[in-house]
Design a protein around this ligand. Structure first.
Ligand code: PHE
Length: 354
């Protein structure tokens, strides 16, 4: 068989083969078989070099014709089959526009997150940094560096979950104070806010939870006084519970602050007249605070003769319960969608109207 006959034979067999092809996969195989690198046509073109110029010209022409014919036919068929496959697919996937759509439920922000973000926003606007600390904490930071040595009776105020002798689930966010002081190598002023989970061995009921959230603030600089603390907490109370809130300072005790105070806000429900929310006192306790104890400053590497500071800490659940009128702390952890959905519209609302 000379080359021309071979070509004719190839085209004939292509024509025969192609009749049985009806999908794009097989069509591709055909393309490889007849035009690919190992195809017979390719083999003939590789042999062109050994021919005389005359023969080359003649065979080259027929080669091109054969290639073009097969290529054109394959392209036409590709288009045809693609269209056919698309029509079949569309017919199979007919869309029923009358069916109800799939509803995607949008999540809502958890009330604890709403309150946390509101507080963080206020403090960030005053130049505080948001800091994080570990929930599995060392006794050293949770107690010792906060002026609560082993055997100190204040340890009983916070019943703890110990994991080992030296490690426990943090009972408050105050260890972050100690960490922030130690981590600041330049011993420059500190302004931080830190929130997160805290743990105490409590029996869960409507007002107690063994796992809860706190948010903590620490401000250290030269000449910081109680009036700075008071002004800051007044701002915070107004932001959380409305412009007309007043605050009241009561003396208290924490080993890591001296003096220590507790802050009450005027009851937002009755405006000091007395109601069930404020237990008829007109005031509601919201947080603990104080001036950082000189020993705590010293242990953190700060000279108490040069620096002073204030710190405060509060439970986020309590704030959220007061703010949103929630009467059972367990709602926060029950993941009941009916509870959570109520906070859909609350985010960003202010308490100005209260
Ligand atoms: N850590 C204290 C508590 O959990 C609260 C507090 C923080 C008090 C900072 C004073 C200063 O009860």
């Amino acid at each position: 068989m000379d080359n021309n006959e071979k070509l004719k034979y190839i085209v004939d067999s292509y024509n025969k083969d192609i009749k049985t092809i009806d999908d794009s996969l097989k069509l591709n195989e055909m393309r490889v078989k007849y035009l690919g690198k190992k195809s017979e046509i390719q083999e003939i073109s590789l042999n062109l070099g050994s021919l005389s110029i005359e023969e080359k010209k003649e065979l080259g022409k027929s080669l091109n014709e054969a290639k073009k014919y097969i290529e054109g036919d394959l392209n036409r068929l590709t288009e045809e089959i693609k269209n056919k496959e698309l029509t079949t697919k569309l017919n199979k996937e007919k869309i029923d526009l009358t069916l109800p759509g799939t509803k995607f439920e949008l999540g809502t922000k958890h009330p604890i997150s709403i309150v946390r973000e509101e507080i963080e926003e206020l403090f960030v606007s005053m130049g505080y940094d948001v800091l994080d600390g570990p929930e599995l904490e060392e006794d050293l930071y949770n107690f010792e560096m906060l002026n609560i040595p082993k055997g100190h009776p204040a340890r009983d105020m916070q019943d703890s979950f110990y994991i080992t002798e030296e490690k426990l689930l943090r009972t408050h966010t105050s260890p972050v104070q100690a960490r922030a002081m130690l981590n600041n190598k330049e011993k420059s002023p500190i302004r931080i806010i830190c929130s997160g989970y805290t743990y105490r061995k409590d029996n869960d009921d409507a007002t107690h939870s063994h796992q809860f959230h706190q948010i903590e603030g620490l401000f250290i600089d030269e000449n910081i006084s109680m009036s700075d603390l008071k002004g800051t907490l007044e701002l915070l109370s107004k932001k959380l519970f409305g412009e007309s809130r007043e605050i009241r300072i009561r003396s208290s005790y924490f080993p890591f602050t001296e003096p220590s105070i507790e802050i009450d806000i005027s009851c937002f429900n009755c405006n000091k007249k007395g109601c069930s929310i404020c237990k008829n006192s007109g005031w509601i306790e919201i947080l603990g605070a104080g001036m950082v104890h000189p020993s705590v400053l010293r242990m953190g590497g700060y000279d108490p003769d040069k620096y002073s500071g204030f710190a405060f800490g509060m439970g986020l659940e309590r704030i959220a319960m007061l703010k949103f009128g929630i009467n059972d702390v367990r709602y926060f952890y029950s993941n009941d969608i009916r509870f959570l959905n109520q906070f859909n519209k609350i985010e960003g609302d202010s308490n100005e109207s209260k």
